[in-house]
Design a protein around this ligand. Structure first.
Ligand code: SF4
Length: 321
């Protein structure tokens, strides 16, 4: 992908944490690029490092090595003064909207705070702007003097979204945006996210473990395992013709609505344990659980390479055909 197509690029990103028993390689060489206006889904089991990628992008965790570029400009090592104007274009929405809202701040103050800090709106216009943003996310502006506990889970997620939108960002990192919500409310929030993306020309990185949600929302999808991307492709080829055995197993677990197809569907179980995050891994990180592992997998780690046009996978199998 050329730099001009990519609004956000992550290049060989590593986020390692030192713990008493060694080093946790939460993110271990992730590269991806978000094209302007797309939704890129990032999936994988809990603990695979997908949320840490997003947190590193918005500097909530320090990066160990690698680069993160917004519109071609590196965000690594910038001073606070240089970072601030760029950072406002990248916003994050968290899984638990309640935990991410200050219980002692009214909704109006919560939404206004980033605009006040970045001085993007004159103080006299703040209240009007708060009302506009509340309407944009489907909240009644007359409720703006209330506190977070007075709202439902779905409304709180709309408040989190309103706060993220306050600085008119280009990219929003959505970290499990509906998984804490009742199923009945999830569709409403997903529809709102799609509507806002179209109206405001947003670009999303959607992190979720719910594969059906990601399929519904994303143009492209990346699959993570043990801190690395193991497959990245357009949505349909990834869901219907996965290359990597891990992706194949994940996809085989998605229920099919047709009862006849569902009865005949073959599930591929993922046996075994995920290796300890502090373990030193030789060969393919998935080999201890891979039903198709062979000798080469024990000694050589597969690189993420293009196996079909636009379809990348980190697996030796396609070469073995
Ligand atoms: Fe399985 Fe080998 Fe492919 Fe790894 S490289 S996913 S162990 S076949």
């Amino acid at each position: 992908m050329s730099v001009s197509e990519a609004i956000l690029e992550v290049d060989a990103l590593r986020v390692h944490f030192h713990v008493p028993r060694g080093v946790v390689r939460a993110v271990d060489g992730v590269s991806l690029a978000l094209r302007k206006g797309e939704t890129l889904g990032l999936v994988g089991e809990s603990g695979c490092g997908k949320s840490t990628v997003a947190r590193a992008i918005v500097a909530l965790v320090p990066t160990t090595s690698g680069d993160i570029r917004f519109r071609g400009e590196s965000l690594i090592g910038l001073s606070r003064g240089r970072m601030r104007p760029l950072r406002r274009h990248l916003q994050m929405v968290f899984q638990d909207p309640y935990a991410s809202l200050n219980p002692r701040m009214t909704i109006a103050s919560t939404i206004a705070e980033p605009m006040r800090i970045h001085a993007t709106v004159a103080p006299g216009d703040l209240d009007e702007r708060v009302c506009e943003i509340m309407e944009l996310v489907g909240l009644d502006p007359s409720m703006r003097r209330r506190y977070p506990h007075e709202f439902s889970g779905g409304q709180r997620q709309r408040i989190g979204l309103a706060r993220a939108l306050a600085l008119e960002p280009d990219v929003i990192l959505l970290d499990e945006p509906v998984s804490a919500l009742d199923v009945s409310v999830q569709a409403q929030v997903l529809n709102l996210l799609e509507d806002l993306k179209a109206r405001l020309g947003l670009t999303y990185l959607l992190i979720a473990h719910h594969l059906a949600v990601v399929r519904h929302m994303s143009e492209r999808v990346a699959v993570m395992y043990l801190g690395r991307i193991v497959e990245l492709a357009d949505r349909e080829p990834l869901y219907t013709e996965p290359i990597h055995p891990y992706t194949e197993a994940l996809m085989s677990a998605i229920p099919v609505p047709d009862p006849v197809v569902e009865a005949e569907r073959k599930r591929i179980p993922i046996e075994g344990e995920v290796p300890s995050p502090t373990a030193t891994i030789t060969g393919c990180p998935f080999r201890s659980r891979c039903p198709q592992a062979f000798e080469r997998c024990e000694v050589e780690a597969p690189e993420l390479e293009e196996h079909r046009p636009g379809h990348l996978a980190a697996c030796h199998l396609p070469d073995a055909d």
